[in-house]
Design a protein around this ligand. Structure first.
Ligand SMILES: [Zn+2]
Length: 266
């Protein structure tokens, strides 16, 4: 029996934090490995104002696209003038999207008011700049959909690490969003999410790893990296009863559709 070498379908990780310190010691070497595994690009969202410049610098001369935003997880670190800094940074550095930002209602309730304010302001900025958004949403899918409608935000974007219901997913798709699917589907307890993904249309999904965060079940103690996307694509394929390559091609296509500036980079 001979084993024919198979061409790898080029893939893009639609959401990873390749700028985080977990990659500091081997970033270049690991990127070389990723390209050998078929990776042709990364989308790296910004999370705090203090880390944007390192992120922007790190993406130069690489097919890595950055977004800029103020993540709710770091709500205590965001300062009063960070929104102004964000609007200046966007005018100067042309990110592909505003993000990641959003609403995280798993965090303590005393942060909710500030989270909502910061989330609305970033939507307004994205609306003014006509940019899509990359959203972090936990236990707040209905609130995000309501905010999008209230603001009249029409640029769409990605709901990263989607874990809502089928109904919530469909409502967000109607509002112009793609749903980011990643490591959460690999966990044994995620029966409901796997069923939801199986029922969502392939043209609404984008693959992501959120690496080094959101470690998939198959990694045990290892560092999560964009290469996890290959196994995740096969998991989505088995849920949708199709080939992994079809999922990767759909994900790439959907990502370009919702992030028009990506074409200039990847
Ligand atoms: Zn993220």
């Amino acid at each position: 029996m001979s084993i024919e070498p198979k061409a790898i379908t080029p893939w893009i990780d639609s959401h990873c934090h390749f700028d985080f310190q977990q990659f500091d010691h081997d970033r270049e070497q690991h990127w070389q490995f990723l390209t050998r595994m078929g990776c042709v690009g990364l989308v790296i969202p910004g999370v705090t104002a203090n880390t944007w410049s390192t992120l922007i610098g790190g993406c130069s001369n690489k097919p890595w696209a950055y977004a800029l935003g103020l993540h709710p997880y770091f709500i205590d670190q965001h300062e009063a003038d960070d929104l102004l800094r964000l609007s200046i940074a966007c005018e100067t550095h042309h990110p592909i999207a505003i993000g990641e930002f959003g609403l995280d209602f798993v965090l303590p309730e005393e942060t909710f008011t500030r989270q909502i304010e910061l989330c609305q302001q970033q939507f307004q900025l994205a609306k003014t700049l006509e940019l899509p958004v990359i959203l972090h949403v936990r236990k707040a899918y209905d609130e995000i959909a309501a905010m999008v409608r209230r603001i009249g935000f029409k640029q769409g974007g990605i709901i990263h690490a989607f874990s809502g219901s089928l109904q919530q997913g469909e409502a967000l798709i109607k509002l112009g969003f793609k749903l980011g699917i990643g490591g959460a589907i690999s966990h044994g307890r995620a029966l409901k999410l796997r069923k939801t993904v199986a029922n969502l249309p392939l043209d609404a999904l984008v693959l992501e790893t959120d690496s080094p965060d959101m470690k998939p079940a198959f990694l045990a103690g290892q560092r999560n990296s964009p290469v996890s996307l290959l196994l995740l694509s096969q998991m989505v394929a088995s849920l949708k009863d199709c080939h992994g390559d079809k999922v990767i091609l759909a994900s790439n296509h959907n990502l370009y559709a919702v992030m028009p500036r990506l074409k200039a980079i990847i």
